[in-house]
Design a protein around this ligand. Structure first.
Ligand code: SF4
Length: 331
């Protein structure tokens, strides 16, 4: 099913924290919070453009801690958007902090056609959460997830890799604990260092070493494999490429095609495992039509790496295959 989000960014408003990595202005690209009238106009315009094209479109309030903003303003934004749910938009999606969820606010969200709630969990290690001034604990993530699911909302969880004081092991442990909460969707963001943040100061002082792109892609591929195996859809990997982000980024593994890099790595690893113990030579790999570019890797790197190991791979489409599955023909 084709899915689209009308993304409306509500910057840093109401957030009681200053997480080590966060500069909402650079991440969302929006400096001024939208007015309810702007939200109404935007919904009207985009509804006209999407009508009949996307059967599964949502209005999404992203960028800040939606349920922590001024309650009157939050309700105004929802009141402006909710009349557009029905014909074109299937519901409203919001993102917020785990400690800004309780039964009272969930009741309000339900009244305004909110269907999906995404929690910025970021890590399930209390030490990492503390080191990055998140201001909530892993237990808050678990409590909020249960409340959200019990109230009948779709649950999305977001995690970050390569945070200050985290390592690959703690990131994989975070993924396991988040998967145990059975979210409907996941988003995975490698940490990038933005100008003006505490992380930038730590980086400049030599106290924080961001992941290299190579490390972030390797871990991203493992996480994709893991969540796929758990039947959990990963709907985003890496921050959106935006001029504002590029301007504010001073270090870290940001790449505009981060997900493709991870998928390419995962397919390369799957191929390598299929080839394990087999003699060098020529083989044909069958993949779904959508995955041709992925198995070839970004810029053909995956196939070139296998060639360097003595495996000459021809890639064929197989319409019976789906996702990132790969098989060797006639082997
Ligand atoms: S809770 Fe969210 S909005 Fe607030 S500082 Fe942290 S990342 Fe930024």
């Amino acid at each position: 099913m084709r899915h689209a989000n009308l993304a409306i960014f509500v910057p840093h408003l109401g957030c009681p924290n200053q997480c080590s990595f966060c500069d909402q202005h650079h991440i969302s690209g929006a400096e001024q919070p939208p007015t309810s009238e702007q939200v109404r106009q935007l919904c009207e315009t985009v509804a006209g453009q999407l009508r009949g094209r996307y059967p599964d479109a949502e209005i999404a309030f992203f960028g800040g801690s939606f349920t922590a903003i001024d309650r009157v303003y939050m309700c105004e934004l929802l009141e402006a958007a909710s009349p557009f749910v029905g014909e074109v938009f299937s519901g409203i999606r919001i993102s917020t902090r785990p400690d800004a969820i309780d039964r009272e606010v969930l009741g309000l969200l339900a009244r305004y056609s909110v269907r999906s709630i995404e929690l910025g969990a970021q890590s399930m290690s209390d030490a990492v959460l503390r080191a990055n001034s998140r201001g909530h604990t892993a237990l808050d993530v678990e409590r909020a997830s249960v409340l959200i699911q019990d109230a009948g909302f779709s649950l999305g969880l977001q995690m970050m890799t390569g945070l200050y004081r985290s390592d690959e092991q703690s990131d994989l442990e975070t993924a396991k604990r988040l998967a145990a909460l059975r979210p409907d969707t996941m988003r995975v963001y490698p940490t990038v260092v933005l100008e003006g943040t505490r992380l930038a100061a730590l980086y400049r002082a030599g106290m924080y070493h961001p992941q290299s792109l190579e490390q972030a892609v390797g871990l991203g591929a493992q996480l994709l494999e893991f969540f796929d195996g758990q039947g959990i859809r990963v709907i985003r990997m890496g921050l959106h490429a935006q001029e504002e982000l590029a301007a504010g980024q001073i270090a870290g593994p940001h790449h505009p095609a981060f997900r493709e890099l991870c998928e390419g790595r995962l397919m390369e690893e799957r191929l390598l495992s299929l080839l394990s113990g087999k003699p060098q030579g020529s083989y044909t790999a069958c993949v779904s039509p959508k995955s041709i570019s992925k198995v070839c890797g970004h810029g053909g790197q995956g196939i070139a790496k296998l060639r360097a190991l003595g495996y000459h791979i021809k890639v064929e489409q197989d319409r019976l295959m789906s996702g990132l599955a790969v098989r060797l023909k006639g082997v």
